[in-house]
Design a protein around this ligand. Structure first.
Ligand code: SF4
Ligand code: SF4
Length: 440
């Protein structure tokens, strides 16, 4: 891996340089205060290398699955232009709710039941489309799993349109964590804003009141070229709900899955504007209220503190890991929850040892990622993207994660602003959003 010189400037215009090795997470040139992100170095440990999955070396799946993503189907009550599943919908057949009992019956045959045989250490994610479109099937599945494996964790991401008092009460009782997709001022790009409807606002407030105290609810925003302020997204949602603050998460700057996603992705100098805006919110500190930003930054700081090698890093979404599996109700294992059979079928859970994740490219096998200063934060965008989609996804990810890198360095160095990144071996840095005059 190349070494990078990270050039920083203090508020009184002094400059200093950190030497950063993305391969080993070693960083030298100034003392870093990891504690600002609540990090203390861990005791030395071995770092097993992850399998670098590729079409030539397909990933495997294990019966000791600890993240099980159940794809209920890709139907949705909305038609958001930049949906991560939009291009897949055409490839999927109709879901068959009648498959649910057989799915539950088969689960015990292929899954080990979790760390304690009662679902411990395992998260079931229930995915659509819009999962609440599949309300009866969802209810059946979650109740059946909860009865037999009471210690499993449950989560769901919903657009919230179909929520009502009954569903909120049920989600609470059955123990779900709920992510509400909402892009704040960018929500109109998805269609009508549910927060403009008084009835919906009341239902969502009820959900927040019930699940919020246990940290089981958040709003999940996607940033685009049109709306990229994490702070504005939170403000928009909190104001509409009449709350002082709301729990927020983000997928970062969008990954483009289709032509609309490409259109809503930043181009050229727009990257510079977005970078500078995000960095401003990180330096000021309010962006760290977003749990995804906080967790990604903290994991990066922990990696530096512990010397985490890049070989120990899987893909960001985790779907290259043997213990993470996406499966539809017919037991077909999928590349991930955003894909569908037959195009993305990688095997069947009934023959879990035969599953082969053949469409993925681990970041260590992508030349751009190997030479990337933010690979420890980004972990390679989407593992199955290729061609123009991957190029744009990489551009978007680079802008977002370079801002996170600069924000982390600012706080850990006590005020150093990242002004430039240079690779020691002269490898060009992917793009120019880090130019000093634009980033300041
Ligand atoms: S920003 Fe691009 S090159 Fe860097 S790790 Fe992410 S996908 Fe790879
Ligand atoms: S492979 Fe990962 S990043 Fe790509 S669409 Fe699936 S979950 Fe998202």
């Amino acid at each position: 891996m190349p070494l990078f010189d990270l050039h920083l400037e203090t508020p009184d215009s002094a400059t200093f340089t950190l030497a950063y090795d993305t391969g080993t997470s070693e960083i030298a040139g100034a003392a870093l205060d990891y504690a600002v992100f609540g990090v203390t170095p861990s005791p030395p440990r071995a770092w097993p290398a992850v399998a670098a999955v590729s079409p030539d070396c397909p990933g495997r799946k294990t019966a000791a699955a600890r993240v099980i993503k159940i794809s209920l189907g890709l139907a949705c009550n909305r038609a958001c232009g930049y949906c991560s599943q939009g291009s897949e919908r055409a490839h999927t057949g109709a879901t068959r709710p009648g498959d649910a009992p057989a799915f539950i019956a088969g689960l015990a045959d292929w899954w080990d039941g979790g760390e304690d045989g009662r679902g411990g250490g395992t998260r079931f994610e229930f995915w659509g489309g819009e999962p609440l479109v599949y309300w009866k099937t969802l209810k059946y599945l979650a109740e059946a799993i909860r009865e037999r494996w009471p210690n499993a964790a449950f989560s769901i991401i919903t657009n919230g349109d179909l929520l009502d008092g009954e569903k909120v009460g049920w989600l609470d009782r059955v123990g779900f964590a709920v992510g509400l997709s909402h892009d704040g001022p960018g929500q109109h790009l998805r269609g009508p804003d549910p927060l403009d409807d008084p009835e919906r606002r009341a239902v969502i407030r009820d959900l927040i009141e019930r699940l919020g105290p246990e940290g089981r609810v958040s709003f999940n925003c996607v940033l685009t070229a049109r709306h990229y302020s994490l702070v504005a997204a939170e403000r928009w949602i909190a104001d509409k709900l009449g709350l002082a603050t709301v729990p927020m998460a983000t997928e970062g700057l969008m990954l483009p899955y289709d032509a609309t996603g490409m259109l809503l992705s930043p181009k050229g100098a727009e990257h510079d504007v977005i970078y500078a805006s995000l960095l401003g919110e990180l330096i000021e500190g309010s962006a760290y209220g977003n749990v995804s930003v906080w967790k990604a930054t903290r994991a990066f700081a922990q990696g530096l503190a512990d010397g985490r090698p890049v070989t120990a890093l899987g893909q960001r979404c985790g779907m290259d890991r043997p213990a993470h599996i996406a499966v539809d109700l017919q037991g077909r294992a999928l590349t991930c929850q955003n894909t569908a059979a037959p195009k993305h079928q990688i095997g069947e859970v009934a023959a879990i040892g035969d599953i082969r994740l053949a469409r993925a490219h681990h970041h260590s096998l992508r030349p751009a990622c190997r030479a990337c200063p933010v690979v420890q934060l980004c972990q390679g965008a989407c593992m199955f993207f290729e061609g123009a989609l991957w190029e744009q996804a990489c551009d978007n990810s680079f802008t977002y994660y370079t801002a996170l890198l600069a924000g982390a360095l600012y706080h850990m160095t006590g005020g150093g602003v990242l002004k430039a990144i240079e690779s020691r071996d002269g490898t060009p840095i992917r793009q120019r959003s880090i130019e000093p005059e634009k980033a300041a």
